[in-house]
Design a protein around this ligand. Sequence first.
Ligand code: M6R
Length: 630
Amino acid sequence: MLWTTVSLSFEIFTKKLRSDKEMCGIFGCILKNGSAAPIIHAALKRLEYRGYDSVGEATIENGRLFIKKDAGKIDVVHSIRNLDDLPGRIGIGHTRWATHGAPLQVNAHPHFGCSDPPTIAVIHNGIIENFAEIKKDLEDKGHIFRSKTDTEIIAHLIEENLGQGDLKSAVSSSVERLQGSYAIAVISAKEPDKIICARNESPLVLGIADNAFYFASDTPAFLPLTNKVVFVENGELVTLNDEGFEIKKLVDGKPVVRKSRVVDWTHEMAEKQGYPHFMLKEIHEQPRCLRDTLRLQDKYLELLTTFLDRARDVAMVACGTSYHACLAASYMFSKLSFLATHPVIASEFTEQHGKSVNIDSTILAVSQSGETADTLAAVETARQRAATILGLTNVVGSTLTRVSRVYIGQQSGPEIGVAATKTFTSQLSVLSQLAIRLAKKRGKISQEEIDLLDEKIEKIPSIVERIVKTQEEKVKTLARKYKDNQCFFFLGRGISYATALEGRLKLMEIAYVPSIAFPAGESKHGPISLVELGFPVIFICPPDETRKTLIGNIMEMKARGASIIAICEEGDEEIIGMVDDYVEVTRGIPEILSPIPYVVPLQLFAYYMAIEKQCDPDMPRNLAKSVTVK
Ligand code: M6R
């Protein structure tokens, strides 16, 4: 009996087709005993941050394939279809973020070929760029397609190639035809003892336990099951069976010997630990994460600093929040170590610098996940032109760590909330340590200044702890007051411009409030025309050299009736006296380190605005944690 009992045309989802990206989470297992389906279901929940448009599972028992899939978040689909009652100890599962094909049941994974009942099931994370051409070929050969996805062609291609050999060789020759990104997994009712996986660009990790073998898009999927992992590389084919796993190079079939690694993230680290949302838990975790960044291995910091010191110019490539960290870092490197760096939005790098980057260029790529396709594409452009690649990431073993000459793992632990919070402040901490080291190396600032910075950076974790403790209730009240405002300005000068951009991104992405951030000096060049009575403007006001001019900008806004919210130093009576609302940050923070504590009230503000507006801060619509396609 086929478990896709619901009609495939049953469209319970009416969301419109989303933009041209696909993330998705994949997971599968071969257990020695027991039932695979509940384990797949639980693992998909842990991967839900990668996409949550639809979910599906396929298992094998007694040489038969069982499939369940539907549109909607995992909990919703499970409540209707019970994802746990598929039979068998071998299975695969998928949680989707839609691209090719709307988020409908028919487009949910697994996909299968023409045979009825289906004999093979395929799940996929990535995008097949030449799917239209392959689809046409297959249609000419008589294949009939059900879905609008690119993935379905893989199932039909394997079905076609199965005529000439076993499942492994059929998968191998099928992926040879694919252009684009993929991490795929395939099971077949005719070879019911194995799972075949292949990888190009999209992440794929194996999990090794005593009684089971797993694969997944990401390590958090395994955490309650095992901490022994093996990272699969691009161009590799994996066979999992009762005996273990075998990795081969797709290009020549040569076996790959790779030892497993032990990851030190615990299952508890990936759970909510009593917080209502991962985002809030991760905001509260920042003191611990910042402490961990102060324990980074000296030799890596030193090595990276040496590369930066030798660099003629440095492009810092990143997306979203990681880009904001780069922007802040450009002020740090310039002010402390007199190093010119260029923060570049990764998706623009090839257009903007593709021709000028060369053997003398140094690229510092910053990516929490280490898998962001735009960042990796920028790195690839630079690599092809022999540039030196340096990396900063939270995921050791990610693609970025493999393509970097030297990298630093920022050690924030898994970040599950789609909005980056703790990983942003950790990135800032690592980047400021690099800037301070480089300043020392270059002798650009006095020993007293260095000593002061060293002393202050040690205090940042407890400062952040105090801000969360003393200001959270106040921020909650502010969110209640401003929840109905339709648009916000976020303004700062100097390094606080990066803080403003980050505060604005947080508010937009999780509370869906259109907002604008720009350097405060730009107001009079256009944006101020939006301001009318009650228009909320958030100013980032650390007591640095920009303060005096910033006060002028506050006055300009006030004169036009804006409601001013200041993020200012504790007891800064001048600012407090002129604004409508304020949140206080501990005194005595050097300008270079100020984005770390000053962004915390903005993270909390975005979180509580999302709560007030009844938005899910962990899973904002249309977004996924890791954007693994361009
Ligand atoms: O994993 P990365 O740091 O490369 O991710 C970059 C962006 O996709 C990411 O920061 C995104 O903007 C987040 N949603 C921000 O909260």
